[in-house]
Ligand binder design. Structure first.
Ligand code: ZN
Length: 173
């Protein structure tokens, strides 16, 4: 399966079992491309997509990519992403690109961006951290201290959170 963009027209090209090409046109929605291979299911979990919502979701895994070697692609009809969702995706798929499609045209294409600070995206794993005290209305705030591999530091207790911890928080629903 591969993603073809001819000018402003984007299609997802799928080869079925007998080798026929099936072209799935994207009318409205979001294409998340250049997800690190093997991480598409985490992206779906971040977006709360279980497949039971009824919207059309196309998933392609382990596609060869000239830019990142091997990648996954997720296409979701009739869904546009919130900034907080893009920040979460940036933590599990730092090289992803988000394509917004309206009326079958790409109206916006951008790389996900991991900001230097994240507020209310990741929970502090330290139970004594002030952000975990119910009586304190303090939102967890993190500084990005490393991008490859991703490491975040709690700005209240200095606990370091690594990629495995982040992924387990995003996928434990
Ligand atoms: Zn903390």
């Amino acid at each position: 399966m591969r993603m073809d963009c001819f000018g402003m027209w984007c299609t997802l090209v799928a080869h079925d079992k007998v080798g026929n090409i099936r072209i799935v046109k994207i009318h409205n929605g979001t294409v998340i491309d250049h997800i690190r291979a093997g991480h598409a299911l985490e992206v779906l979990q971040i977006l709360g997509i279980t497949g039971k919502e009824g919207s059309v979701v196309t998933l392609a895994m382990n596609i060869s990519s000239s830019r990142i070697g091997s990648k996954d692609i997720v296409k979701i009809e009739d869904r546009f992403l919130e900034d907080s969702e893009v920040a979460r995706i940036a933590l599990v798929a730092p090289e992803a690109t988000i394509n917004k499609i309206r009326d079958s045209q790409v109206i916006d294409k951008r790389r996900v961006e991991l900001p230097d600070q994240l507020t209310n995206i990741v929970i502090c794993p330290n139970p004594r951290c002030i952000t975990n005290k119910e009586r304190e209305p303090i939102l967890p705030k993190y500084q990005v201290v490393s991008r490859k591999p991703i490491k975040l530091k709690c700005l209240y207790c200095w606990t370091i959170v690594d990629e495995d911890e982040i992924i387990s928080q995003f996928t434990e629903r």
